[in-house]
Design a protein around this ligand. Structure first.
Ligand SMILES: [Zn+2]
Length: 499
């Protein structure tokens, strides 16, 4: 009897191991290597000067609503016109709402759906209290020690200049795309894009134009973003998390603190908030699978095996990933308690207590589901809650990774940057892309910069800067992408279409 049981256990163990191995083999795969390309010749110093000149245009919003500074934008537009004469001669330039720019590079096959390359012209301001900490003033556009310094060099005037320089260089070579290529440069991304890209998106929709592919700012080529993976990975954002701010209010009988009720409005609200924090929305481990699947063999085996076998290793993976804020945020709708208010006097029981909680929705979770979850967790009718007007939007649709647009973008990244593993991820923050959901199913967020540790987190921060070399590489990347996406089938063709 005992030997039979042992025998059965042994067989189960062998079968399970076999299954785990098979699943791992099927899951992890090598992306192979693509042939490295030299790309178009780029004058590094010249490109650096272009970016520095763009940095000197202080396209900072004048207020929280994002009111643009007319002079700064006029200066930038003038700089672009002077720096890129061929682009301004051969492409159609549309000005939307005075400041946003759309360039139309009409292809030889106007029957094909256009593609669009994007960047935003606005930058965040430099906090006056930190100015003394900058090595060089944020809007001087200095080039020192092989670095271009200043606000916007990483977010995202580098992309604006990269696209423009690539286009100018291709035009010099007499290149014309088959497929129409649009450049979309909004002017108020940092404040929501409502007067810039939202309007551009609406215009495209009204004209019935659908886009075959969009690339905007997003993931770069970075190490250390996917837990457990050491080497650099190129991350393409295929979606953006949703946004939901909820206001919580508790009203109770005001009175003197000498004779308090068992619970005041502050106590009732605090209990609700503590419960919300203790019971976040559930994790969806499987949402991380495309990321690790993309990384494939570049990930160590101890990562590949559990992700290939979430059915078996799910609980272990969860325990490992939840304490890592970025990984946690990548696999669930997060809950962040951000504002609390209540009471004015130390000896008075307040009538009202209020709090604000900010949720970031994982694609797949809806605002209605989060609100239902909140009600279920709090289970207290004394706590009233409602979304704050204008402060919510659903997560964006997930763009496919088996589409030609994604595959060829991935191919170009590997050609230009020497074969990094390329993987999809969900952007934790927002971009102008949200405004193009009605006109395209293929929206990808990728910034073609290799970022080592020293450059991480400099966007919006002190001493924002980019290596001259990285800037030149960006021009090569866009030139290659235009020539790839600009073809009829959006794949790299050897035959260049020369006008
Ligand atoms: Zn940006």
């Amino acid at each position: 009897m005992l030997t039979t049981i042992l025998y059965i256990i042994l067989v189960i163990l062998i079968l399970t191991t076999f299954y785990v191995v098979i699943r791992t083999i099927v899951f992890e795969r090598s992306q192979g290597t693509v042939e490295k390309i030299e790309g178009i010749p780029v004058d590094e110093q010249q490109v650096a000067e272009h970016l520095a000149a763009a940095v000197r245009c202080q396209t900072v919003p004048l207020d929280e609503k994002g009111t643009p500074d007319p002079e700064a934008f006029q200066q930038l537009h003038k700089m672009l016109a002077e720096t890129y004469p061929l682009v301004h001669e051969k492409l159609k330039r549309l000005v939307v709402n005075d400041y946003s720019l759309v360039y139309v590079w009409t292809g030889s096959r106007p029957d094909l759906e256009p593609v669009m390359l994007m960047a935003h012209q606005d930058v965040v301001s430099a906090d006056p209290s930190t100015l003394a900490q900058w090595t060089y003033p944020p809007f001087e556009g200095r080039i020192v020690d092989g670095l271009i310094w200043g606000r916007g060099t990483l977010d995202i005037k580098n992309q604006l200049i990269g696209i423009m320089d690539a286009a100018e260089a291709l035009l010099q070579q007499g290149y014309r795309p088959e497929r129409t290529v649009l450049f979309g440069f909004g002017h108020d991304e940092e404040t929501g894009g409502t007067n810039g890209c939202k309007v551009i998106g609406q215009l495209l929709k009204e004209k019935g134009i659908r886009l075959a592919g969009i690339v905007d700012e997003g993931g770069g080529i970075t190490a250390g973003l996917a837990a457990g993976v050491r080497g650099p990975v190129a991350l393409i954002g295929v979606s953006e998390k949703g946004y939901l701010t909820v206001e919580f209010t508790v009203n109770s009988q005001p009175g003197h603190s000498s004779t308090p009720p068992p619970q005041t409005s502050i106590g009732i609200l605090s209990r609700a908030l503590a419960r919300l924090e203790a019971h976040p929305m559930p994790t969806h481990l499987r949402r991380l699978r495309p990321l690790y699947h993309g990384i494939g063999r570049a990930a160590p085996l101890f990562i590949q095996i559990p992700f290939a076998n979430v059915w078996l290793f799910g609980p272990v993976l969860k325990r490992w990933l939840v304490p890592k804020p970025e990984m946690n945020a990548s696999m669930r709708t997060t809950t962040a308690l951000t504002i609390i208010n209540g009471g004015v006097e130390d000896n008075t029981i307040p009538a009202e207590a209020k709090a604000i909680v900010n949720f970031r929705l994982l694609p797949g979770d809806t605002i209605a589901e989060v609100l239902w979850h909140v009600g279920k967790v709090i289970k207290d009718e004394r706590v009233k809650f409602k979304p704050v007007e204008g402060k919510f939007n659903e997560a964006l649709p997930v763009s496919p990774t088996n589409a030609t647009a994604y595959k060829s973008l991935s191919q170009v990244i590997r050609q230009v940057f020497d074969n990094p593993p390329v993987a999809p991820f969900v952007m934790l923050g927002g971009t102008d892309c949200q405004h193009f959901v009605p006109v395209s199913d293929h929206i990808y967020r990728f910034t073609s910069v290799v970022m080592d540790e020293s450059f991480r987190g400099l966007e919006h921060g002190i001493d924002e800067r980019i290596p001259v070399e990285a800037m030149a590489k960006m021009v090569k990347f866009y030139a290659q992408l235009i020539q790839t996406w600009g073809t009829r089938d959006m794949t790299a063709s050897k035959e260049r279409s020369i006008e």
